[in-house]
Ligand binder design. Structure first.
Ligand code: ADP
Length: 329
């Protein structure tokens, strides 16, 4: 029909046919108009292009699949880049915040110190006043020293390799130094009658012959920070309980409980942030740097453990850390 309508020009067609076997076949057909026994007729050349068509279809499908995978990959890469950008922004913001906090912490005692120096240089002061000023200056320089020590501890924790399993400390000696620390911090120097607080010790006897794998210095510093906090925030005469216990099968727990002022729930998630303080003036008065719990959290995480803090305002607080059982060797 096409040939007739187009003045006998060759026509190309492609279509599908159902083969006698029932299979679908693709064909391409070219037809030209000829004369056959004096009558118009068409001469058609038919070729089976089923294989070629199927291959083309497969190729198209696989290219579409590849495009889909590449698009997915690009979307993933974009999401990853966005996450990295947000992380970088957060890190920069956290660093700026840390630097701002640190400058503030150092500037305050420095301002007080330079104020006293100026006063002593320019004003005539009595011997008594001079002594008082020098005492206050000593307090401020001590405050700066502890701040720098805590900052160095934190940066050492961040920069040093994770504590491995090769350094072992006996739990008994760790406990021994914990008891000594608590007594010294409570001001007793070993004499119970002089202690500022009632101290209760509770060491799980099943740990007596065990060793702990990890950094002794770091663990000691974590324990000592928690004990010192309990004693500093609990008014004299209060009760502080300290213990180590085994929790089968998960791990070992170090805990310190006090019956001090307690902490309101909204502060609990932020306590381990650097320089976060609930009671700023009590922290300052007792020589706090606002870095103690950040150090504890670092040490505990470096040993594969986690912290747990519970507190009720007016009743007291419980600070604990758990270390994995594999660390008991
Ligand atoms: P600081 O040097 O100020 O004690 P920390 O990081 O050790 O810093 O503690 C953060 C804050 O958590 C403290 O400033 C204090 O407000 C609160 N805190 C810590 N331990 C206790 C506790 N046992 N009882 C009440 N408040 C506590």
């Amino acid at each position: 029909q096409h040939c007739l309508e187009n003045g006998g020009e060759a026509a190309d067609f492609s279509c599908t046919l159902i083969h006698t076997s029932g299979e679908l076949v693709w064909i391409e057909m070219s037809s030209v108009l000829i004369e056959w026994d004096g009558a118009p007729a068409t001469l058609s050349f038919i070729s089976d292009v089923t294989q070629k068509t199927l291959l083309e279809q497969q190729l198209r499908d696989s290219m579409a699949e590849q495009m889909r995978l590449q698009t997915l990959q690009m979307e993933n890469d974009l999401r990853e880049a966005e996450r990295a950008r947000i992380h970088a922004e957060e890190t920069t913001a956290a660093k700026s915040m840390f630097l701002a906090n640190m400058s503030h912490e150092i500037r305050t005692p420095l301002t007080v110190l330079s104020g006293f120096v100026e006063t002593l240089q320019s004003l005539p002061v009595s011997e008594e006043e001079r002594h008082r000023y020098l005492d206050l200056m000593a307090q401020q320089s001590h405050r700066m020293q502890t701040l720098v020590t805590d900052l160095l501890t934190l940066s050492r924790l961040e920069g040093s390799p994770l504590p491995g399993m090769t350094e072992h400390t006996s739990m008994a000696s760790l406990w021994q130094s914990c008891v000594q620390d608590a007594r010294a911090l409570a001001g007793g120097g070993g004499h119970a009658c002089e202690l500022s607080h009632e101290l209760v010790f509770d060491f799980d006897p099943s740990l007596q012959d065990e060793d702990m794998a990890g950094s002794r210095a770091e663990l000691q510093s974590a324990m000592s920070n928690l004990i010192s906090n309990a004693l500093r925030y609990t008014p004299a005469g209060g009760r502080v309980e300290i213990g180590w216990c085994r929790h089968l099968p998960h791990g070992v727990e170090f805990w310190v409980t006090d019956n001090g002022p307690g902490i309101a729930p909204e502060h609990l998630p932020r306590l381990t942030e650097r320089f976060y303080r609930v009671d700023r003036s009590r922290s300052r008065e007792t020589g706090g740097t606002g870095l103690g719990l950040a150090i504890v959290k670092h040490v505990v995480q470096r040993h594969g453990g986690h912290m747990q803090i519970t507190s009720v305002v007016g009743q007291g607080s419980r600070f604990a850390f758990f270390l994995p059982m594999e660390r008991l060797v």
